[in-house]
Design a protein around this ligand. Structure first.
Ligand code: CP
Length: 320
């Protein structure tokens, strides 16, 4: 595996899920594979889960992880090509990327959308520069448009908690938030759930207010139910998330608190499990009562971030 950005990069989902369970059962079994190998994980933005779970996954594999916080520890980096660098940016990504590549075997990058230029952000200009110029396998740790390590962990979690239900109904619901958030998590979740649906593993429904449809490539084939109550009917998993508008790029069009997932919302479901990628704003996205209930699986979902990352790192090490 040379890059991990989309669901296509993981290949067969059932094989990936089986590998995740194998890794979870014996996390230290591949330490020789990672011995004397280095992963550099680069953060242009804040993180708790991604930062720690990727390091833990690398340590499980016997690797040496190095973390670089671009805005705190390094020179300020210019990311646009062809600009006159007469501002506050000291170094260009074009040099920084191959330098970083020369110090490691695998690179992970987190770089959120800034909502400045939809076209450039949906072309994934930053992570694609890492892929093009680093000479190393590159893991997206959340890019402008996708968060594949999260979506893979979400699929592992659904697979673990579906019990005897062969084809669980999984609902992705928009919920209100005070700040404009990227579309990366819902995009990836929709992409991975559609892929799982095609293999008969889930029944996927998206519900959101007008103006919050995802980009056309992520809506393709997705069942959209505008009525949140109808969408929740009979659901086995509720995945709540806020995102800003794609159509009116980066804008907040609604803060309608009737979309907040509360106990009444959960009563419309088939005793559904509650999921969220975290961090979550309590009593905006979800009420305390729901997130603190026995049906909330947000902590095991976050714990699975180690194993989604470890499968990806393992596959990359195997293909070095
Ligand atoms: N879910 C997730 O990616 O969390 P962090 O932003 O804390 O890494």
């Amino acid at each position: 595996m040379k890059r991990f950005l989309t669901v296509d990069d993981i290949g067969d989902l059932k094989a990936a899920l089986a590998e995740a369970q194998q890794v979870k059962k014996t996390p230290f079994a591949w330490q020789e594979l990672g011995r004397n190998k280095t992963i550099i994980i680069i953060f242009f933005n804040s993180s708790l889960r991604t930062r720690l779970s990727t390091q833990k996954a690398a340590l499980n594999m016997g690797m040496n992880p190095i973390v670089l916080n671009i805005n705190g520890d390094s020179w300020k980096l210019e990311t646009e090509m062809g600009v006159v660098m007469d501002g506050d940016k000291t170094e260009h990504l074009r040099e920084a990327i191959p330098v970083i590549g020369s110090y490691c075997d695998i690179i992970g990058v987190r770089s959120f959308a800034k909502f400045e230029d939809r076209k450039s952000e949906y072309e994934e200009s930053i992570i694609n520069q890492f892929i093009q110029y680093s000479g190393r396998p590159v893991i997206s740790l959340e890019s402008a448009t996708r968060h594949p390590c999260q979506a893979f962990a979400d699929l592992i979690t659904i697979d673990e908690y579906k019990g005897s239900i062969k084809r669980p109904k999984v609902v992705l619901t928009w919920a209100p938030h005070p700040r404009a958030l990227p579309q990366a998590v819902p995009n990836s979740f929709a992409e991975w759930m559609r892929a799982a649906e095609k293999q008969g593993m889930v029944d996927f429904v998206l519900t959101c207010p007008e103006g919050y449809d995802l980009a056309p490539e992520f809506m393709k084939g997705v069942k959209l139910e505008r009525d949140q109550k109808k969408a929740f009917d009979g659901a086995d998993f509720i995945y709540a998330k806020n995102w800003s508008s794609y159509e009116q790029y980066g804008q907040i069009l609604s803060k309608d608190m009737s979309w907040t997932v509360d106990a009444e919302h959960m009563s419309w479901t088939n005793n559904a499990k509650f999921m969220h990628c975290l961090p979550v704003r309590r009593n905006m996205i979800v009420t305390d009562e729901v997130i603190d209930s026995p049906n909330s699986i947000v902590i095991p979902e976050a714990a699975n971030r180690v194993f989604s990352a470890q499968v990806v790192i393992k596959r990359m090490l195997e293909s070095l």
